[in-house]
Design a protein. Structure first.
Length: 73
């Protein structure tokens, strides 16, 4: 069994959704991981992790509109 930590730093300016799938896949590929458990943590009080299928481009627009309604900038 092997355990390791990787850090992904993403700078933002305001509220937005950021696709990180490619960054995660690169970590998996670089470390030759074939099976296991992935734990993602965001160490900031005003950030969150959202997992979605992203099948329709309007989904991101709808989500941003929803978040803007419940927590306007």
């Amino acid at each position: 069994m092997k355990q390791f930590f990787e850090e992904i730093v993403i700078s933002t300016n305001g509220q937005k959704l950021i696709e990180i799938t490619d960054k995660i896949l690169k970590i998996i590929e670089n470390n030759k991981i074939q099976k296991g458990i992935l734990n993602l943590s965001i160490l900031h009080t005003s950030a969150s992790l959202l997992v979605q299928e992203n099948a329709d481009p309007d989904v991101q627009k709808d989500l941003l509109n929803f978040f803007d309604k419940i927590s306007p900038m």
